[in-house]
Design a protein around this ligand. Structure first.
Ligand SMILES: Cc1cc2nc3c(=O)[nH]c(=O)nc-3n(C[C@H](O)[C@H](O)[C@H](O)COP(=O)(O)O)c2cc1C
Length: 170
């Protein structure tokens, strides 16, 4: 499915406790699998999700810088942990704490796709991270991705942590 144009609304959908939203993608981020919790929370049908780019749930408030970090991390074979604000089909939003990992072929030498599971984040962590993302987004609006990355790194430097350490400290 092509990315639909959805107008965000100021309504939060809470992920049920203990539910994991699971998806698998190919190397380009095209969804190959979505579990029931992901289908229910996103508001799309399985048919709409499978075959679509994962950016189908991208929320416009999210800085591009975070997705650059996500892709740089997983394409280099490492796991990514991070907070993401997502857009549901009806325009509402849902915050997740996401874990994204590369999947390897049987030789273990080649990445063949990616796997992610997401759970409900703590409210206080979302409050902290959304302030940081808003600052990074503002920097991107003024100076593009480069300015966003610079801002993000400055904030993390002040915290004395990289993003992976930071997400577990809040
Ligand atoms: C396994 C996997 C899971 C992803 N999960 C999300 C997600 O939950 N929300 C999101 O906005 N992007 C997610 N992405 C990143 C998207 O592929 C995409 O880079 C991002 O939405 C930004 O969209 P854009 O590249 O069109 O700017 C995921 C990527 C992969 C490989």
């Amino acid at each position: 499915m092509r990315k639909p144009h959805i107008k965000p609304i100021d309504k939060e959908v809470e992920i049920p406790d203990k539910k994991f939203l699971v998806s698998k993608t190919d190397l380009r981020g095209i969804i190959k699998y979505a579990n029931t919790a992901f289908i229910e929370v996103s508001g799309y049908t399985e048919e709409e999700l499978v075959g679509s780019n994962h950016n189908i749930v991208r929320h416009p408030d999210m800085p591009r810088t975070v997705f650059k970090l996500l892709w740089d991390t997983i394409q280099s074979g490492k796991e990514f942990w991070g907070y993401v604000k997502n857009l549901a089909k009806d325009g509402s939003y849902y915050w997740v704490f996401a874990h994204v990992t590369p999947s390897y072929d049987t030789t273990g030498a080649n990445i063949i796709g990616y796997h992610s599971d997401r759970r409900k984040p703590r409210k206080d962590a979302v409050e902290k991270i959304s302030q940081i993302y808003a600052e990074v987004k503002k920097a991107e609006e003024r100076g593009g991705l480069e300015a966003g990355v610079k801002k993000f790194n400055e904030i993390l430097e002040m915290e004395g942590k990289d993003y992976a350490e930071f997400v577990f400290s809040i």
